[in-house]
Design a binder for this molecule. Sequence first.
Ligand code: ADP
Length: 289
Amino acid sequence: MRIVLLGAPGSGKGTQSQRLVERLGIPQISTGDLLRAAVARGSELGLQAKEAMDAGRLVEDSLVLGMIAERLREPDARRGFILDGFPRNLAQAHALERLLESLRQPLDAVVQLEVDSRELVRRISGRRSCADCGRVFNLLTSPPAGAGAVCPKTGSPHRLVQRPDDNEATVTERLRVYDEKTRPLIEFYRARGLLQVIDAEGALDEVTRRLAQALHAPALRTPRRPVRRGARAKAKPARKKQAKRKSATRTVRARSAAKRSRARRTAAAPRGKSSARAASRSRGTRRRR
Ligand code: ADP
């Protein structure tokens, strides 16, 4: 499936994309993540993108488009993909359309995640990620607790950091830019018959369920789980029972077949005097009547 997730910053595109990745087995392509990685590497592209990102503005189309064209040509994207944070304006949407046409991979669906603006600000201000493993938490809604408290990379507690652009001033600008540049994409995709809108407030699982429904993806209802080690062993008694039932059926069938053939043999055997007499008596009775 080729999917675009649309939604304001903090609407849960990243979190829900990760859930789709697990269940559909297709990659998440997040321009925000790709740009942050470029910044962290200190590449030319990263240096050019950093200023706009820190200010909450959009990075130049040419940079983002070059990056996305390269990513969509990678082999894992042939099975499908989830675009998260791209396209973000009409020019990008048109460019994506042309690119996917040339790759003969048109979009299957665009889902808009709707969240009230006050809730967006609340979510973004609580957002933290682990500096070591990259896992995203929310201090208000999903803080690291229990098994999630230990970082799988270091074996120590997660080192929580806040994204530099998650500060109040930048968030306000990002929300403004979203309304001005990205919101028009809702109509763009509605006109193409691709748009689905879902309510993205509420429990994470509930939003995933709505997303699955919008995508007509039944596989999303039951996450793909690797076969457990004990699963085979547990299945055995059931198989044994079935085999037992089968052999019991076979025995019953064999018994009744033997009965039938005995009956046939008796019927075909020459009749004795008494049975012949009984037969003639019964014929006579019938005749007299
Ligand atoms: P969010 O959606 O939560 O605001 P992202 O991680 O998607 O955050 O993006 C972070 C920043 O990266 C954006 O504020 C913007 O500066 C830049 N960016 C991401 N995607 C694009 C894009 N498609 N076009 C231009 N800039 C982008």
